[in-house]
Design a protein around this ligand. Structure first.
Ligand code: ADP
Ligand code: ZN
Ligand code: ZN
Length: 742
């Protein structure tokens, strides 16, 4: 064996390169330095390493003096891809912390935060972007009229004499690479390096004079601008929270630092970015999953190199490198979209707190309906609460009316009371928003003759009828099939869609108010790019009189002429399986109703329910989210639920029910051995929806009285779980601080 004859390695102080490798394993991998390596690079550079039978791109995270990999199995780094770290030390260490806290495989978490090109091992550190422009031949060329896409691209490039970017080309529609290639082959087009877009610099547009409460908040922030402190900006909808953020961000820019603003998926529209640009007089970069890879990378680099002063992004923006960080804002902090629900299950809201602390900068969480977690932190003196108790326009909060729909005549889900109110507001020239958190036509299709209900073949769930598309769709796994004309069970043609969805609501309203403009906003109606903005424009312009929406309309949108809000079915949240159901429903109702009466016109909110006596509704109808939250907090305290305890959920699923059960039984037994005081283990139990996408799902809940206890248990448990034979027979995951309990 030639290995035996090899001279022994010279063992220096830092022999082993510890690398984050994209893999599902919960550890880093140690390598030997590449042959002929001079000085070891700094952590944060990318390396290409052998991994199994492949080579993969990883991130160097450490140089170690010892390894527990046996010498014979150690392999060498093949090459080093960067001279300087692509990931700054601060981000590297923060992301490592996060991967540990959320018990996610660190290689996956760390390489996952790189832009795609870097992750795939392509060149780094070029801040220019390549683009394409017309050659002299191209300028006079006349393409074959049948090559429509080529002609479109030529036209576009004619309008960009300095060069068009990939994003520009992509904006003309799908499938631009092939025609571009054709144009390059004919020498009508050549590639160029694009100059970076010139940053906007103009006079900031003045804002309204701040109210006393806004001023107080801004002053409180100024007093602690230079080090870590945590604020909860607790302001009712329309109280001017964004104005407070703008003032704080302007201060940060004036001090030569960067501000990172997190916003929920849905609220981060072009409008928010434009508002910030106008008011700050500077470029604002948006960062979200809708961006093309190249654009995402450009923002990533601009943030890292300090060229982006303000970045507004969705949850993944919490992992942006920042050259001169000065402030983190997390708007609508209660929003569930801050928690990633699969893969790396982090909470960007919670990480905002951790990162700000590590960076020693202030962090502002803002909401009209703060999460119970954040309110608890205010109560414990960890966050300073800044209140904006009133709307800026002096409009009182619209009164709530609870309508008991029991034994009432109901037309298409609408009570006579609500229909009359819609008519009254229409006549008075006001707009109506009807909120129903259920898309499609009807949630159930039942056979009148045999009673069979159309079910998903892969989930323990019913199929939703989507009449516009003529299909049955499972909202849990996405399975679809054509809507049948006959019962799938007995063949009877007497099929009845039961219950209300947004499509059906739309039909009912069109019939009842034929001359009214009706706009439906849900995931189906906004699927096409730009559709959401078009629909919102219809509402803003006044063409739409009645707006029907799911939770997509609950936040961030200002409809000045909206005077009536109807909550079609408040009961969804009252008796949910999840202990957070009530909190979510309260937040939704308050947020949705906050859309009414924003301008000078007074508003009205009507809530339909079968449980008018429910205390939750009474509290909300009292118009006081704060008192609801305090009551809910004491219930959580009594029940030893978060935020008073800390949870981790271990989920397992497989095609047969036995494997996940056996696996979790074993995990439970191991946890029992590690268990100390202050820990409870609950389960394994079937998930509330046992079968989903053809797989049986079970879960084990770990509950601890402190984060430390929970983390210790997970740290001890994880290496043992990975070794379990049964772990390979199931798909399993750990969710630390889970938001969804199934
Ligand atoms: P929030 O973020 O709390 O929902 P915004 O900051 O969007 O509230 O403000 C709501 C509306 O009130 C906006 O139209 C905004 O321009 C206006 N506004 C905010 N602050 C003031 C103020 N001090 N005086 C007058 N109007 C204001
Ligand atoms: Zn039937
Ligand atoms: Zn399904």
């Amino acid at each position: 064996m030639w290995i035996k004859n090899r001279p022994p390695e010279p063992v220096s102080a830092a022999t082993f390169w510890r690398v984050a490798v994209p893999s599902p394993l919960h550890r880093y991998f140690d390598y030997l330095a590449p042959i002929g390596a001079a000085a070891a690079p700094r952590p944060g550079v990318r390396v290409r390493v052998p991994f199994g039978r492949r080579h993969v791109v990883g991130l160097l995270v450490d140089l170690a003096t010892a390894t527990d990999v046996p010498a014979a199995r150690l392999r060498r780094v093949r090459d080093v891809l960067d001279g300087e770290p692509v990931v700054p030390a601060e981000l590297l260490s923060f992301a490592r912390w996060a991967a540990t806290y959320y018990r996610h495989p660190p290689g996956d978490a760390l390489t996952g935060l790189l832009p795609k090109a870097l992750r795939e091992g392509r060149a780094s550190a070029s801040s220019t972007e390549s683009g394409w422009r017309l050659t002299p031949e191209g300028r006079v060329a006349s393409p074959d009229p049948r090559a429509r896409r080529q002609a479109e691209l030529l036209q576009l490039m004619a309008a960009h004499p300095a060069g068009a970017s990939a994003a520009d080309l992509a904006a003309t529609g799908e499938g631009w690479r092939a025609p571009l290639k054709r144009l390059l082959e004919r020498d009508w087009v050549e590639s160029v390096e694009l100059a970076p877009a010139a940053p906007i610099r103009r006079e900031p547009e003045p804002g309204p004079p701040l109210t006393a409460a806004q001023n107080e908040a801004v002053e409180a922030l100024r007093a602690k601008a230079d080090s870590f402190s945590a604020f909860l900006l607790d302001g009712v909808t329309g109280s001017g929270k964004t104005e407070v953020y703008l003032a704080a961000v302007a201060d940060v820019l004036a001090a030569g630092k960067q501000a990172l603003v997190l916003a929920p998926e849905i609220a981060l529209g072009p409008q928010l970015v434009e508002r910030f640009e106008r008011r700050l007089g500077t470029s604002v970069s948006a960062y979200h999953s809708g961006l093309a890879d190249g654009e995402r990378e450009r923002v990533w680099r601009a943030a890292r190199d300090g060229d982006a002063g303000v970045i507004i992004g969705t949850r993944s923006a919490i992992f942006l490198p920042l050259a001169r960080p000065g402030l983190i804002v997390c708007d609508e902090e209660h929003d569930a979209s801050y928690k990633q629900q699969d893969g790396f299950r982090y909470s960007a809201r919670d990480l905002a707190m951790v990162r700000a602390q590590r960076l020693d900068i202030p962090v502002i969480l803002g909401s009209a309906t703060p999460s119970l977690e954040s309110l608890h932190n205010v109560n414990r003196g960890r966050y300073q609460r800044l209140r904006l108790p009133e709307r800026t326009n002096a409009a009182a909060h619209p009164p709530f009316r609870i309508v008991d729909v029991r034994s009432q005549p109901v037309q298409g889900g609408l009570s006579a009371r609500l229909l009359a109110a819609v008519a009254t507001h229409l006549e008075a020239g006001g707009q109506t928003l009807l909120f129903l958190n259920r898309r499609g036509f009807a949630p159930v299709l039942r056979c009148h003759d045999c009673g069979a209900i159309a079910e998903c073949r892969r989930c323990d769930a019913r199929m939703t009828v989507h009449r516009r598309r003529g299909r049955l769709i499972c909202h849990h796994c996405g399975a679809e099939r054509p809507a049948p004309n006959q019962c799938e069970h007995c063949g009877s043609p007497e099929l009845a869609p039961l219950g209300q969805g947004t499509e059906r609501l739309e039909d009912t309203l069109r019939e009842r108010f034929p001359s009214a403009g009706i706009v439906r906003i849900d995931r189906d109606s906004t699927r096409r790019k730009g559709a959401m903005e078009n629909l919102l424009d219809d509402v803003r312009s006044g063409r739409g009189h009645i707006l029907i929406g799911t939770q997509m309309v609950a936040k961030g949108h200002d409809f000045p002429n909206l005077t009536l809000v109807g909550i079609i079915d408040a009961d969804q949240g009252l008796y949910g399986v999840d202990f957070r159901a009530a909190e979510r429903m309260a937040q939704l109702i308050v947020q949705v109703s906050g859309r009414a009466g924003r301008a000078e016109k007074p508003g009205e909110v009507i809530i339909q329910t079968h449980h008018p006596e429910h205390p939750l509704l009474a509290q909300i109808a009292g118009g006081d989210y704060g008192s609801f939250a305090e009551a809910a907090l004491s219930e959580r305290h009594a029940a030893a639920l978060p935020p008073f305890t800390h949870l981790a959920l271990i989920r397992a699923e497989a095609a047969k029910p036995e494997a996940p059960q056996d696996f979790l039984d074993e995990v439970r037994a191991m946890a029992e051995q590690q268990k100390q005081g202050g820990l409870e283990i609950l389960g394994p139990a079937p998930a509330p929806m046992l079968r989903r996408q053809g797989r049986y799902r079970f879960q084990l809940l770990l509950q601890a009285d402190s984060r430390g206890n929970l983390q210790n248990l997970l740290a001890a448990l994880l290496p043992e779980i990975e070794l379990l034979k049964d772990a390979r027979r199931v798909r399993w995951s750990i969710d630390v601080d889970p938001l969804e309990m199934f």
